[in-house]
Ligand binder design. Sequence first.
Ligand code: APR
Length: 238
Amino acid sequence: MKSKIMELARLIKNADHVVVLTGAGMDTESNIPDFRGKEGWWKNIDPRTVANIETFHENYSLFHEFYSMRLKMLEGIKPHTGHLLLAELESKGMIKSIATQNVAGLHVMAGSRKVYELHGNIRSIRCNRCSREVDVKDFLNKEKCKSCGGPLRPGVVLFGEMLPTEAWDSALSDIERSDLLIVIGTSLEVYPVNQLPMMTKGKTVLINNEDRGGTGMFDLKIIGNAREVLEELYENLR
Ligand code: APR
């Protein structure tokens, strides 16, 4: 793994426009379970059956239970050194932006400035009818919108919904311009984000703790834990 991390450091030093794409595997070392990894959510609950717009309309109690549990689980959660090092590399001008599928906002909390939240942010709660932004506690208390009586929901992209246009367009244009795309901690199972790695004309690098199928397209694959790999990468870039 050491020589591959040194190779990644060399690629970063020689690149002009580095973009990072992250998934749930970037947040597991901050104690947020991923979805399809060994300890992931899918083991005991299939988010696809809950995190979708039909369940929101037809079984609000189940929807509310799932997202309340996820919001409560975020109390006390903070970025790990991997998030902090990515923010540091951005401030040094070595990476341009981060496109993430993660909704807990840890990249922004770590100080990254250009972050495209492709699947939204779980902490921003809004009324599904009038879009009024409300406090998380209104959602946790299972209240209705005080303005129009509509149902409240987290600002995440549910299965069956479109991705936020601005985040998607910005991520796509950055990746199309990139000469190095580093993909960290994602199974690349979910469309359309799983199309992004093919949009760069540059080199592609995968950092993941398991060697999943369908990752043959990467120029370099580093199998390891995101935090540990990023810590070692940072040492190679100093
Ligand atoms: N370091 C590196 N890789 C890791 C780590 C880690 N510490 N922990 C887990 N992984 C890997 C897992 O092995 C898995 O391959 O990260 C990947 C996470 O994949 P998923 O759980 O499928 O998460 P993700 O790809 O982000 O899911 C995409 O699916 O349910 C929807 O909206 C949800 O945004 C999510 C989307």
